[in-house]
Design a binder for this molecule. Structure first.
Ligand code: ADP
Ligand code: MG
Ligand code: ZN
Length: 179
């Protein structure tokens, strides 16, 4: 697993590992959740514009249906899947496949995001990556939402979120409460 806040290089690291598997001539399959059900095939794209072809799926069950004989399975944005992703990963791992998950471990309030905690416990290897705080330049472990929406899932990039360290994240939350 690869986890951390937004802009921390999770997708970049996922792509790096998948490309290495492809160089080793291993059969790969790459999935990401389809949040708005528009396309069937897509790319996983990192903020520094690296990309790799991926398949959009609506549920973890779709991963089982579409995985064929892939030996290495990449899943990006794992936080957006429901808890059944844990069971699906267990089943695939028992079939001796390597699963590499990347996802946001914390939501915009700093709380654990969806199935991430259980996936982290189940994983053999967990890599935690940090971003750079946009306020002070220190290592950033939190994703601060700049927009005022309060749904759990608000899809956006640097227009809506910024990486922040612990201090700048909680200073920002306090400022909002006092507004
Ligand atoms: P993630 O999947 O974790 O959101 P990506 O792998 O898509 O991250 O993007 C990582 C890249 O984002 C970095 O290599 C860097 O070029 C860029 N980047 C933009 N903002 C930041 C930031 N605040 N901290 C670190 N990297 C950033
Ligand atoms: Mg990403
Ligand atoms: Zn900071």
């Amino acid at each position: 697993m690869i986890c951390g806040p937004m802009f921390s290089g999770k997708t970049e690291e996922l792509i790096r590992r998948l490309v290495r598997a492809q160089i080793a001539k291993q059969d790969t399959a790459i999935f990401k959740p389809n949040l708005d059900n528009r396309y069937s095939e897509e790319f996983i794209v990192s903020h520094n514009k690296r990309r790799i072809r991926s398949v959009l799926v609506s549920t973890p069950q779709d991963i089982l249906d579409k995985v064929n004989c892939a030996e290495v399975i990449g899943i990006d944005e794992a936080q957006f899947f429901d808890a059944s992703l844990i069971e699906v990963c267990r089943e695939l791992a028992l079939q001796n496949r390597r699963i590499i998950l990347a996802g946001l471990e914390k939501d915009y309030l700093g709380k654990p995001f969806g199935p991430m905690p259980k996936l982290m416990i189940e994983s053999e290897y967990v890599t935690k990556v940090l971003a750079i705080c946009m306020e002070c330049g220190n290592p950033a472990n939190f994703s601060f939402r700049l927009s005022k929406e309060s749904n759990l899932v608000v899809v956006g990039e640097s227009d809506k979120y910024e990486a922040r360290c612990r201090k700048c994240f909680f200073d920002g939350i306090k400022e909002e409460v006092n507004k």
